[in-house]
Design a protein around this ligand. Structure first.
Ligand code: ADP
Ligand code: MG
Length: 273
């Protein structure tokens, strides 16, 4: 009921997006090479994720998982030296990080930044409205936004008190995770990338992330969950699992591949070449 009909250019873009969605994968990574500084990290990644799917990337420390998420988001200092990244058939490579975000790419921050003095509501509303303008939808006024946020926050177990505070200031680890999932729920990304570090993921945080991901599973959305540990995937059932090692995907399979890794570690994964 909150959605407005896209107009003009927005409508045209939405139509083109819909056509592409039926023809191509939502996210397509083609022979992606990327360097940090002068050091090549990603050495030919191929990955294709359809709308509605959740894929997991697992891999040992230092294999390039976080690098891959930063390259998708377009972070400064991560240079693409070959290949392409297509979202709904459109290359992301020439797009600035904020353009990618407005186009529907969402990267959950591993270490959410604190923004003292920035009210949570205005921060979230600015982000949501930027995305709506891009989609040719009307901006939401403050009152309407408060209603939407309250509704989503309730689903995610976020208190009104937390919403009144400045962004991430004084939040516990679990609260930051909840807030991150709330951002994702509000922004309704086309492609959500969650890079979950090995550290700081206590049982509570794992539960928040997996509940959030499951809640946001949607036929029009693709999600990429990056993790070092299998246990996150106990509660998120991925459509495909990929093992990244040495900057390449060494093995892909169904959800059972995560269990294989849990039992055998990464030793069994062919790390040659
Ligand atoms: P993962 O997330 O899988 O643990 P990363 O993507 O963080 O792996 O790191 C992949 C490789 O890139 C590692 O060898 C790491 O040392 C290197 N690396 C990551 N960030 C930088 C950086 N800013 N400068 C130089 N090397 C980096
Ligand atoms: Mg990492």
């Amino acid at each position: 009921a909150h959605r407005h009909q896209p107009r003009g250019i927005g409508r045209l873009k939405a139509t083109i997006r819909e056509i592409y969605q039926t023809m191509t994968a939502l996210l397509e990574i083609r022979d992606l090479h990327a360097s940090v500084g002068d050091k090549p990290i990603l050495k030919g990644i191929n990955l294709s994720i359809n709308a509605g799917e959740i894929h997991a990337i697992m891999g040992p420390n230092g294999s390039g998982k976080s690098t891959m998420s930063y390259v998708l988001a377009g972070r400064d200092g991560y240079e693409v030296t070959g290949g392409d990244i297509l979202m709904n058939g459109e290359s992301l490579l020439e797009m600035e990080p904020d353009e990618r975000a407005r186009a529907g790419m969402f990267l959950a921050f591993q270490y959410p930044v604190e923004l003292p003095g920035v009210g949570g509501m205005s921060f979230l509303r600015a982000a949501v409205n930027a995305r709506r303008v891009e989609a040719g939808e009307e901006e939401i006024d403050q009152l309407g936004f408060v209603k939407i946020v309250r509704e989503k926050a309730r689903l995610l177990g976020i208190s009104d008190d937390m919403l009144k505070r400045a962004v991430n200031v004084g939040f516990s680890g679990g609260e930051k995770k909840r807030y991150e999932i709330l951002q994702m729920a509000l922004l309704e990304p086309t492609m959500a990338v969650l890079d979950e570090t090995d550290s700081g993921l206590d049982v509570d945080a794992l539960r928040i992330v997996s509940e959030g991901v499951n809640l946001l599973r949607d036929p029009g959305r693709a999600m990429l969950v990056i993790t070092h540990y299998q246990r996150l995937l106990n509660n998120i059932v991925p459509d495909q699992v990929h093992i990244l090692a040495g900057g390449r995907i060494r093995k892909s399979g169904g959800k059972e591949l995560a269990l294989e890794v849990e039992e055998g570690g990464y030793a069994g994964i062919d790390d040659a070449a």
